[in-house]
Design a binder for this molecule. Structure first.
Ligand code: PLP
Ligand code: SF4
Length: 339
């Protein structure tokens, strides 16, 4: 009781649970290896690679990894490796031409009828294969000027029916700022859908709380939430509960994955992922070929192997559980469908 009288403490006590969980994320490679009982052999390389792109992973996500297994498919997505530091021909800093597609502050307009907003550069997890790992976010995010430039751009083009909040991860922003954006967007009559591209319901399911559901369910816009899981082990009971809340709140739920060597490059892993997603209420949408970003070459699966995997997957699952294999080509009018 007395603590509430100390100036400032009420602010701390009002921090949503997800933000507390976020602030406890593991950022020290030594701690990650110790939690998973992996010894110290991998530590020097992890430290070196983390200096270029830091380690960051929420504790709840670590809890889904197998202790003692350096090849764990979730660990591989987050553990910095020495291989990241080796330059590989054909892998560069801006593999999908994002910098050329910037139409206004934080606005990428590549495809007809929809724009993608870099809402923020922040993420709850640093995925080692991330195609935006070198994106110069400083000052470039759409939320920086209280969305003014982005909203003006969208209002001025009545061909825009759908607005995608991406990042980084848009759900790293506070609900107050997101609610503000949803209200302003709903006032633009030609906009019909608000889409979120987010990994938070997977890596930090606490994020799907009442504050989020209040603005997402309270808008006239049709909400579409595209989550990002790459392996069935990422989907535990906490994630299933978060996805169920999003669905109950009226959002359409899809998933996009990246095809990653050593994580999900087998027909069994891909089939298990699709089934786990569907059990949790999410429809498999895209399976992306890796964007050729510097530092991620060791995750690449070549196109012939990817096509063969898709044909095996087709022979094993109903059509609605097979994601579309796509790649992004700079300048193309849509994601390019390979299968
Ligand atoms: C991937 C992407 C989209 C979304 O494409 P869909 O095929 O609608 O899922 C939109 N804008 C940009 C800039 C993108 O990179
Ligand atoms: S959550 Fe998405 S944007 Fe963030 S690091 Fe992972 S892949 Fe990149």
């Amino acid at each position: 009781m007395k603590r509430a009288m100390i100036p400032g403490t009420h602010v701390l006590r009002q921090m949503p649970a997800w933000q507390e969980e976020l602030s406890r994320a593991v950022t020290d490679p030594a701690e990650l290896l110790q939690i998973l009982r992996l010894g110290t052999g991998l530590l020097p390389a992890a430290r070196a690679a983390a200096r270029v792109f830091p380690l960051r992973v929420p504790r709840g996500y670590i809890a889904r990894m197998r202790p003692g297994d350096p090849a764990d498919p979730l660990l591989r997505q987050v553990l910095p490796l020495g291989a990241e530091l080796e330059p590989v021909a054909g892998f560069g800093p801006d593999p999908v031409g994002d910098l050329a597609a910037v139409a206004a502050r934080g606005v990428l307009h590549k495809y007809r009828g929809r724009v993608l907003l870099i809402a923020t550069g922040a993420c709850a997890v640093n995925c080692r294969f991330c195609f935006r790992r070198h994106f110069p976010y400083g000052g470039a995010a759409a939320a920086t000027d209280r969305w003014r430039e982005a909203l003006a751009y969208i209002a001025a083009d009545d061909s825009i029916a759908e607005v995608i909040l991406s990042g980084g991860d848009p759900l790293m922003l506070a609900d107050r700022r997101l609610g503000e954006f949803a209200r302003a967007l709903a006032a633009i009559s030609h906009v019909r859908r608000l889409r979120l591209h987010t990994r938070l319901p997977i890596v930090l399911p606490e994020r799907v709380d009442d504050g989020l559901l209040a603005w997402l369910g309270g808008t006239r816009l049709q909400a579409v939430v595209v989550v990002h899981a790459n392996h069935a082990n990422e989907i535990d009971s906490t994630v299933r509960a978060a996805l169920a809340r999003l669905r109950d709140g009226g959002a359409a739920l899809l998933n996009q994955s990246v095809l990653l060597r050593g994580v999900n490059d087998s027909v069994v892993a891909l089939a298990d992922l699709s089934v786990a997603l569907f059990d949790a209420g999410a429809q498999p949408y895209y399976l992306h070929l890796l964007d050729r970003v510097q530092g991620a070459a060791h995750f690449a699966v070549d196109e012939a192997a990817a096509r063969a995997l898709m044909s095996d997957l087709n022979a094993r699952l109903p059509g609605y559980l097979v994601p579309r294999l796509v790649r992004e080509l700079p300048g193309a009018p849509a994601k390019v469908r390979l299968v």
